[in-house]
Design a protein around this ligand. Structure first.
Ligand code: ADE
Length: 420
Protein backbone atom coordinates (compact mmCIF):
# COMPACT_ATOMS: atom_id res chain seq x y z
CA UNK A 1 0.00 0.00 0.00
CA UNK A 2 2.74 2.44 0.92
CA UNK A 3 6.48 2.69 0.61
CA UNK A 4 7.56 3.48 4.16
CA UNK A 5 6.02 2.36 7.46
CA UNK A 6 2.51 3.37 6.49
CA UNK A 7 2.55 6.49 8.68
CA UNK A 8 1.55 8.83 5.88
CA UNK A 9 -1.62 10.93 5.72
CA UNK A 10 -3.04 11.75 2.29
CA UNK A 11 -5.55 14.64 2.11
CA UNK A 12 -7.74 16.67 -0.22
CA UNK A 13 -9.74 19.82 0.48
CA UNK A 14 -12.75 21.10 -1.46
CA UNK A 15 -15.28 23.91 -1.25
CA UNK A 16 -18.92 23.62 -2.41
CA UNK A 17 -21.67 26.19 -2.66
CA UNK A 18 -25.19 26.03 -1.36
CA UNK A 19 -28.14 26.40 -3.70
CA UNK A 20 -31.67 27.77 -3.53
CA UNK A 21 -34.46 26.12 -5.49
CA UNK A 22 -36.66 28.34 -7.65
CA UNK A 23 -38.73 25.30 -8.67
CA UNK A 24 -39.00 23.36 -5.42
CA UNK A 25 -38.17 19.78 -4.53
CA UNK A 26 -40.79 18.50 -2.07
CA UNK A 27 -41.71 14.84 -1.81
CA UNK A 28 -39.85 11.59 -2.41
CA UNK A 29 -41.00 8.66 -4.51
CA UNK A 30 -38.24 6.52 -2.90
CA UNK A 31 -37.13 7.32 0.65
CA UNK A 32 -33.98 5.20 0.72
CA UNK A 33 -32.53 6.33 -2.62
CA UNK A 34 -33.87 9.90 -2.23
CA UNK A 35 -35.75 10.03 -5.52
CA UNK A 36 -38.08 13.03 -5.94
CA UNK A 37 -41.65 13.22 -7.24
CA UNK A 38 -40.76 16.08 -9.60
CA UNK A 39 -37.85 17.87 -11.31
CA UNK A 40 -36.48 20.97 -9.56
CA UNK A 41 -34.38 23.98 -10.62
CA UNK A 42 -32.00 26.02 -8.48
CA UNK A 43 -29.56 28.88 -8.47
CA UNK A 44 -26.13 28.23 -6.99
CA UNK A 45 -24.95 30.92 -4.57
CA UNK A 46 -21.49 32.46 -4.44
CA UNK A 47 -19.32 30.09 -2.36
CA UNK A 48 -17.47 33.13 -0.99
CA UNK A 49 -20.64 33.90 0.96
CA UNK A 50 -22.34 30.53 1.56
CA UNK A 51 -20.36 27.32 1.28
CA UNK A 52 -19.01 24.23 2.99
CA UNK A 53 -15.29 23.50 3.06
CA UNK A 54 -14.31 19.90 3.65
CA UNK A 55 -10.96 18.16 4.11
CA UNK A 56 -10.87 14.39 3.75
CA UNK A 57 -7.82 12.39 4.79
CA UNK A 58 -6.82 8.73 4.60
CA UNK A 59 -4.04 6.97 6.42
CA UNK A 60 -3.22 3.33 7.18
CA UNK A 61 -2.94 4.51 10.79
CA UNK A 62 -6.66 5.48 11.07
CA UNK A 63 -8.57 2.70 12.89
CA UNK A 64 -12.06 3.93 11.87
CA UNK A 65 -13.99 6.47 9.79
CA UNK A 66 -14.56 9.72 11.72
CA UNK A 67 -16.08 13.13 11.01
CA UNK A 68 -16.00 16.57 12.61
CA UNK A 69 -18.55 19.26 11.64
CA UNK A 70 -17.66 22.83 12.61
CA UNK A 71 -15.09 21.45 15.08
CA UNK A 72 -17.39 18.96 16.83
CA UNK A 73 -17.20 15.23 16.24
CA UNK A 74 -20.41 13.80 14.74
CA UNK A 75 -21.49 10.25 14.00
CA UNK A 76 -20.98 8.81 10.54
CA UNK A 77 -23.23 5.83 11.23
CA UNK A 78 -26.28 7.36 9.48
CA UNK A 79 -27.38 5.75 6.23
CA UNK A 80 -26.84 8.95 4.25
CA UNK A 81 -23.15 9.28 5.09
CA UNK A 82 -22.68 5.53 4.63
CA UNK A 83 -24.27 5.64 1.14
CA UNK A 84 -21.95 8.44 0.01
CA UNK A 85 -18.84 6.75 1.41
CA UNK A 86 -19.78 3.36 -0.09
CA UNK A 87 -20.57 4.76 -3.55
CA UNK A 88 -17.35 6.79 -3.76
CA UNK A 89 -15.18 3.91 -2.44
CA UNK A 90 -16.70 1.66 -5.13
CA UNK A 91 -15.46 4.03 -7.82
CA UNK A 92 -12.01 4.77 -6.33
CA UNK A 93 -9.03 4.32 -8.70
CA UNK A 94 -5.34 3.61 -8.27
CA UNK A 95 -3.33 6.55 -6.94
CA UNK A 96 0.41 7.11 -6.81
CA UNK A 97 2.57 9.91 -5.39
CA UNK A 98 6.13 8.87 -6.24
CA UNK A 99 7.73 11.73 -4.30
CA UNK A 100 5.98 10.76 -1.07
CA UNK A 101 6.35 7.04 -1.85
CA UNK A 102 2.59 6.45 -1.62
CA UNK A 103 0.86 3.98 -3.89
CA UNK A 104 -2.77 3.00 -3.28
CA UNK A 105 -4.17 0.24 -5.47
CA UNK A 106 -7.86 0.24 -6.40
CA UNK A 107 -8.65 -2.59 -3.98
CA UNK A 108 -6.72 -0.86 -1.12
CA UNK A 109 -9.26 1.99 -0.80
CA UNK A 110 -11.88 -0.32 0.76
CA UNK A 111 -9.49 -1.00 3.66
CA UNK A 112 -8.41 2.60 4.30
CA UNK A 113 -10.40 4.63 6.82
CA UNK A 114 -11.17 8.32 6.33
CA UNK A 115 -11.13 11.35 8.59
CA UNK A 116 -13.46 14.14 7.44
CA UNK A 117 -13.50 17.70 8.76
CA UNK A 118 -16.11 20.11 7.44
CA UNK A 119 -16.84 23.74 8.12
CA UNK A 120 -19.74 25.92 6.96
CA UNK A 121 -18.98 29.62 6.45
CA UNK A 122 -22.53 30.48 7.59
CA UNK A 123 -24.54 29.39 10.64
CA UNK A 124 -25.54 25.74 10.18
CA UNK A 125 -28.69 26.34 12.20
CA UNK A 126 -29.86 29.32 10.09
CA UNK A 127 -31.87 27.07 7.76
CA UNK A 128 -29.82 27.87 4.67
CA UNK A 129 -29.47 24.43 3.07
CA UNK A 130 -26.19 23.64 4.80
CA UNK A 131 -26.64 19.92 4.18
CA UNK A 132 -26.82 20.60 0.42
CA UNK A 133 -23.43 22.31 0.45
CA UNK A 134 -22.09 19.76 2.95
CA UNK A 135 -22.96 16.56 1.10
CA UNK A 136 -21.96 18.02 -2.29
CA UNK A 137 -18.61 18.94 -0.76
CA UNK A 138 -18.15 15.57 0.90
CA UNK A 139 -18.78 13.66 -2.33
CA UNK A 140 -16.73 16.04 -4.48
CA UNK A 141 -13.73 16.02 -2.12
CA UNK A 142 -13.81 12.25 -1.47
CA UNK A 143 -13.94 11.83 -5.25
CA UNK A 144 -10.80 13.95 -5.66
CA UNK A 145 -8.96 12.11 -2.87
CA UNK A 146 -9.87 8.66 -4.18
CA UNK A 147 -9.10 9.56 -7.80
CA UNK A 148 -12.66 8.89 -8.93
CA UNK A 149 -13.00 9.37 -12.69
CA UNK A 150 -16.78 9.72 -12.94
CA UNK A 151 -18.23 12.99 -14.27
CA UNK A 152 -20.10 15.55 -12.14
CA UNK A 153 -23.49 14.16 -13.21
CA UNK A 154 -22.57 10.78 -11.72
CA UNK A 155 -21.18 12.47 -8.58
CA UNK A 156 -24.43 14.44 -8.28
CA UNK A 157 -26.42 11.21 -8.10
CA UNK A 158 -24.17 10.08 -5.23
CA UNK A 159 -24.53 13.43 -3.42
CA UNK A 160 -28.31 13.05 -3.87
CA UNK A 161 -28.16 10.00 -1.61
CA UNK A 162 -26.71 12.20 1.16
CA UNK A 163 -29.24 15.01 0.84
CA UNK A 164 -31.56 15.36 -2.17
CA UNK A 165 -30.85 19.01 -2.93
CA UNK A 166 -27.08 18.40 -2.57
CA UNK A 167 -27.05 17.03 -6.12
CA UNK A 168 -27.73 20.55 -7.44
CA UNK A 169 -24.66 21.94 -5.62
CA UNK A 170 -22.30 20.00 -7.93
CA UNK A 171 -22.68 22.79 -10.52
CA UNK A 172 -22.56 26.57 -10.55
CA UNK A 173 -25.13 28.91 -12.10
CA UNK A 174 -28.56 27.46 -12.90
CA UNK A 175 -29.08 23.76 -12.27
CA UNK A 176 -31.84 21.26 -12.90
CA UNK A 177 -32.29 18.07 -10.88
CA UNK A 178 -33.92 15.63 -13.31
CA UNK A 179 -36.15 13.34 -11.26
CA UNK A 180 -35.37 10.32 -13.47
CA UNK A 181 -37.58 7.32 -14.17
CA UNK A 182 -35.46 4.32 -13.19
CA UNK A 183 -36.11 2.41 -9.97
CA UNK A 184 -32.39 2.29 -9.11
CA UNK A 185 -32.14 6.10 -9.27
CA UNK A 186 -29.22 6.10 -11.72
CA UNK A 187 -30.94 8.70 -13.94
CA UNK A 188 -31.92 10.99 -11.04
CA UNK A 189 -29.13 13.53 -11.33
CA UNK A 190 -28.27 17.19 -11.82
CA UNK A 191 -27.49 18.97 -15.09
CA UNK A 192 -26.25 22.52 -15.52
CA UNK A 193 -28.68 24.75 -17.45
CA UNK A 194 -26.33 27.76 -17.61
CA UNK A 195 -23.19 28.77 -15.76
CA UNK A 196 -22.89 31.67 -13.32
CA UNK A 197 -21.70 34.10 -16.02
CA UNK A 198 -24.83 33.64 -18.16
CA UNK A 199 -27.07 36.02 -16.17
CA UNK A 200 -24.83 37.84 -13.77
CA UNK A 201 -27.03 40.93 -13.22
CA UNK A 202 -29.03 39.06 -10.61
CA UNK A 203 -28.44 40.01 -6.96
CA UNK A 204 -29.60 37.78 -4.12
CA UNK A 205 -30.55 39.17 -0.72
CA UNK A 206 -31.37 36.71 2.03
CA UNK A 207 -33.26 37.83 5.13
CA UNK A 208 -32.31 35.47 7.96
CA UNK A 209 -35.53 35.66 9.95
CA UNK A 210 -35.46 35.34 13.73
CA UNK A 211 -37.39 32.31 14.85
CA UNK A 212 -37.80 30.63 18.20
CA UNK A 213 -40.07 28.02 16.76
CA UNK A 214 -38.70 24.50 16.19
CA UNK A 215 -39.30 23.67 12.56
CA UNK A 216 -40.49 20.39 11.12
CA UNK A 217 -37.49 18.72 9.47
CA UNK A 218 -37.67 18.54 5.68
CA UNK A 219 -37.41 14.76 5.77
CA UNK A 220 -40.42 14.20 8.02
CA UNK A 221 -42.36 17.12 6.50
CA UNK A 222 -41.97 15.67 3.02
CA UNK A 223 -43.02 12.23 4.19
CA UNK A 224 -46.18 13.62 5.79
CA UNK A 225 -46.97 15.59 2.63
CA UNK A 226 -46.55 12.54 0.37
CA UNK A 227 -48.80 10.50 2.65
CA UNK A 228 -51.58 13.04 3.15
CA UNK A 229 -51.68 15.90 0.61
CA UNK A 230 -53.97 15.47 -2.41
CA UNK A 231 -52.57 18.75 -3.77
CA UNK A 232 -49.05 17.27 -4.05
CA UNK A 233 -50.16 14.84 -6.79
CA UNK A 234 -51.58 17.71 -8.83
CA UNK A 235 -48.44 19.80 -8.28
CA UNK A 236 -45.99 17.04 -9.22
CA UNK A 237 -47.87 15.64 -12.20
CA UNK A 238 -49.58 18.68 -13.71
CA UNK A 239 -48.04 21.95 -12.51
CA UNK A 240 -44.29 21.36 -12.19
CA UNK A 241 -43.62 19.68 -15.59
CA UNK A 242 -44.85 22.71 -17.56
CA UNK A 243 -43.39 25.16 -15.04
CA UNK A 244 -39.94 23.58 -15.44
CA UNK A 245 -40.09 24.07 -19.22
CA UNK A 246 -41.14 27.71 -18.80
CA UNK A 247 -38.42 28.30 -16.21
CA UNK A 248 -35.76 26.86 -18.53
CA UNK A 249 -36.95 29.25 -21.28
CA UNK A 250 -36.93 32.21 -18.86
CA UNK A 251 -33.37 31.43 -17.77
CA UNK A 252 -32.17 30.92 -21.35
CA UNK A 253 -33.67 34.28 -22.43
CA UNK A 254 -32.84 36.15 -19.20
CA UNK A 255 -36.53 36.97 -19.03
CA UNK A 256 -36.81 38.37 -15.51
CA UNK A 257 -40.56 38.91 -15.57
CA UNK A 258 -41.23 35.28 -16.32
CA UNK A 259 -38.44 34.08 -13.98
CA UNK A 260 -39.85 36.10 -11.07
CA UNK A 261 -43.48 35.10 -11.62
CA UNK A 262 -42.57 31.40 -11.82
CA UNK A 263 -40.25 31.60 -8.78
CA UNK A 264 -42.86 33.29 -6.55
CA UNK A 265 -45.69 31.03 -7.76
CA UNK A 266 -43.64 27.91 -7.09
CA UNK A 267 -42.61 29.02 -3.61
CA UNK A 268 -46.25 29.79 -2.81
CA UNK A 269 -47.43 26.43 -4.13
CA UNK A 270 -44.79 24.60 -2.10
CA UNK A 271 -46.09 26.31 1.06
CA UNK A 272 -49.67 25.59 -0.02
CA UNK A 273 -48.75 21.89 -0.25
CA UNK A 274 -47.31 22.15 3.27
CA UNK A 275 -50.62 23.64 4.47
CA UNK A 276 -52.45 20.84 2.63
CA UNK A 277 -50.52 18.29 4.71
CA UNK A 278 -52.20 16.67 7.70
CA UNK A 279 -51.34 17.93 10.26
CA UNK A 280 -50.51 21.17 8.38
CA UNK A 281 -46.90 22.39 8.29
CA UNK A 282 -46.16 26.11 8.72
CA UNK A 283 -42.67 27.07 7.61
CA UNK A 284 -43.22 30.79 7.06
CA UNK A 285 -44.03 33.20 9.89
CA UNK A 286 -45.41 36.75 10.15
CA UNK A 287 -42.06 38.24 9.10
CA UNK A 288 -41.98 36.02 5.99
CA UNK A 289 -45.52 37.14 5.14
CA UNK A 290 -44.60 40.81 5.62
CA UNK A 291 -41.67 40.43 3.23
CA UNK A 292 -43.92 38.77 0.62
CA UNK A 293 -46.38 41.61 0.95
CA UNK A 294 -43.62 44.23 0.59
CA UNK A 295 -42.30 42.59 -2.60
CA UNK A 296 -45.77 41.97 -4.08
CA UNK A 297 -46.85 45.59 -3.53
CA UNK A 298 -43.63 46.97 -4.95
CA UNK A 299 -43.76 44.70 -8.01
CA UNK A 300 -47.41 45.67 -8.52
CA UNK A 301 -46.66 49.39 -8.29
CA UNK A 302 -43.82 49.10 -10.83
CA UNK A 303 -46.06 47.22 -13.27
CA UNK A 304 -43.37 44.59 -13.83
CA UNK A 305 -41.50 42.41 -11.29
CA UNK A 306 -38.38 43.92 -9.75
CA UNK A 307 -37.75 41.16 -7.24
CA UNK A 308 -38.61 37.46 -6.88
CA UNK A 309 -39.07 35.82 -3.50
CA UNK A 310 -38.68 32.20 -2.52
CA UNK A 311 -38.91 30.46 0.87
CA UNK A 312 -37.62 26.99 1.75
CA UNK A 313 -38.56 24.85 4.75
CA UNK A 314 -38.17 27.76 7.18
CA UNK A 315 -39.05 31.45 7.56
CA UNK A 316 -35.96 32.94 5.78
CA UNK A 317 -36.69 35.00 2.66
CA UNK A 318 -34.49 34.56 -0.41
CA UNK A 319 -34.99 37.61 -2.63
CA UNK A 320 -33.64 37.74 -6.17
CA UNK A 321 -33.38 41.26 -7.60
CA UNK A 322 -33.14 41.86 -11.34
CA UNK A 323 -29.98 43.98 -10.96
CA UNK A 324 -27.83 45.92 -8.47
CA UNK A 325 -29.86 49.09 -8.72
CA UNK A 326 -33.05 47.24 -7.85
CA UNK A 327 -31.26 45.36 -5.06
CA UNK A 328 -30.15 48.66 -3.52
CA UNK A 329 -33.75 49.98 -3.53
CA UNK A 330 -34.95 46.65 -2.12
CA UNK A 331 -32.44 46.94 0.71
CA UNK A 332 -33.71 50.43 1.56
CA UNK A 333 -37.27 49.13 1.78
CA UNK A 334 -36.22 46.11 3.87
CA UNK A 335 -34.14 48.18 6.28
CA UNK A 336 -36.97 50.69 6.67
CA UNK A 337 -39.21 47.94 8.12
CA UNK A 338 -36.51 45.75 9.67
CA UNK A 339 -33.83 48.09 11.06
CA UNK A 340 -30.87 46.64 13.01
CA UNK A 341 -31.19 46.35 16.78
CA UNK A 342 -27.77 47.79 17.47
CA UNK A 343 -25.69 50.52 15.90
CA UNK A 344 -23.45 48.22 13.88
CA UNK A 345 -24.78 48.27 10.34
CA UNK A 346 -21.90 46.32 8.85
CA UNK A 347 -22.59 43.19 10.92
CA UNK A 348 -26.30 43.41 10.00
CA UNK A 349 -25.50 42.89 6.32
CA UNK A 350 -22.92 40.23 5.48
CA UNK A 351 -21.59 38.94 2.16
CA UNK A 352 -21.30 41.68 -0.47
CA UNK A 353 -21.41 44.69 1.85
CA UNK A 354 -20.83 47.12 -1.02
CA UNK A 355 -24.59 47.06 -1.68
CA UNK A 356 -24.95 49.27 1.43
CA UNK A 357 -22.96 52.00 -0.34
CA UNK A 358 -25.12 51.60 -3.46
CA UNK A 359 -28.18 52.11 -1.25
CA UNK A 360 -26.59 55.23 0.32
CA UNK A 361 -26.59 53.54 3.72
CA UNK A 362 -23.31 54.35 5.47
CA UNK A 363 -24.51 54.57 9.04
CA UNK A 364 -27.43 53.81 11.29
CA UNK A 365 -28.51 57.46 10.91
CA UNK A 366 -28.93 56.84 7.16
CA UNK A 367 -31.21 53.87 7.98
CA UNK A 368 -33.22 55.97 10.45
CA UNK A 369 -33.69 58.66 7.79
CA UNK A 370 -35.08 56.24 5.18
CA UNK A 371 -38.51 57.25 3.85
CA UNK A 372 -41.45 54.86 4.15
CA UNK A 373 -41.96 52.88 0.92
CA UNK A 374 -44.78 54.85 -0.78
CA UNK A 375 -46.52 51.77 -2.18
CA UNK A 376 -47.17 50.36 1.31
CA UNK A 377 -50.44 51.28 3.02
CA UNK A 378 -49.32 50.76 6.62
CA UNK A 379 -46.21 52.89 6.64
CA UNK A 380 -45.44 53.74 10.21
CA UNK A 381 -45.03 50.35 11.86
CA UNK A 382 -41.51 48.94 12.08
CA UNK A 383 -40.34 45.46 13.06
CA UNK A 384 -36.96 45.89 14.70
CA UNK A 385 -35.49 42.54 15.79
CA UNK A 386 -37.60 40.39 13.45
CA UNK A 387 -34.71 39.87 11.01
CA UNK A 388 -31.45 38.56 12.52
CA UNK A 389 -29.30 39.75 9.62
CA UNK A 390 -29.18 40.03 5.83
CA UNK A 391 -26.82 38.34 3.38
CA UNK A 392 -26.12 39.91 0.00
CA UNK A 393 -24.85 37.44 -2.59
CA UNK A 394 -24.92 36.55 -6.29
CA UNK A 395 -24.76 33.48 -8.48
CA UNK A 396 -21.62 31.41 -8.01
CA UNK A 397 -19.51 28.53 -9.23
CA UNK A 398 -19.70 24.83 -8.47
CA UNK A 399 -17.28 22.91 -6.21
CA UNK A 400 -13.57 23.65 -6.38
CA UNK A 401 -10.44 22.04 -4.99
CA UNK A 402 -8.72 24.20 -2.36
CA UNK A 403 -5.10 23.75 -3.36
CA UNK A 404 -3.56 25.85 -0.57
CA UNK A 405 -2.56 23.29 2.07
CA UNK A 406 -2.69 25.98 4.76
CA UNK A 407 -6.45 26.02 4.30
CA UNK A 408 -6.79 22.27 4.97
CA UNK A 409 -8.95 21.56 8.03
CA UNK A 410 -6.94 18.47 9.02
CA UNK A 411 -3.37 18.44 10.29
CA UNK A 412 -1.23 16.50 7.82
CA UNK A 413 0.90 15.00 10.63
CA UNK A 414 -1.69 13.99 13.25
CA UNK A 415 -4.55 13.33 10.81
CA UNK A 416 -6.89 15.14 13.24
CA UNK A 417 -8.76 18.43 12.78
CA UNK A 418 -6.52 21.43 13.32
CA UNK A 419 -6.93 22.82 16.82
CA UNK A 420 -8.27 19.54 18.27
N1 ADE B 1 -24.81 19.15 7.38
C1 ADE B 1 -24.72 20.48 7.58
N2 ADE B 1 -23.52 20.94 7.19
C2 ADE B 1 -22.81 19.87 6.75
C3 ADE B 1 -21.49 19.69 6.25
N3 ADE B 1 -20.66 20.72 6.07
N4 ADE B 1 -21.11 18.45 5.90
C4 ADE B 1 -21.96 17.41 6.05
N5 ADE B 1 -23.20 17.51 6.52
C5 ADE B 1 -23.64 18.72 6.88
Amino acid sequence: MAASEGQWVLMATGRSPTNIAVIKYWGKRDEALILPVNDSISVTLDPGHLSATTTVAVSPSFPSDRMWLNGKEISLSGGRFQSCLREIRKRACEFEDEKKGIKIKKEDWEKLHVHIASYNNFPTAAGLASSAAGFACLVFTLGKLMNVKEDYGELSSIARQGSGSACRSLYGGFVKWCMGKKDDGSDSLAVQLADETHWNDLVIIIAVVSSKQKETSSTSGMRDTVETSPLLQYRAQTVVPSRVLKMEEAIKNQDFESFAKLTCADSNQFHAVCLDTSPPIFYMNDTSHRIISLVEKWNQSEGTPQVAYTFDAGPNAVLIARNRKTAAVLLQKLLYYFPPQDKDLSSYLVGDKSILGDAGLHSIEDVEALPAPPEMKIQDQKFKGDVSYFICSRLGTGPKVVADENQALIDSVTGLPKGV
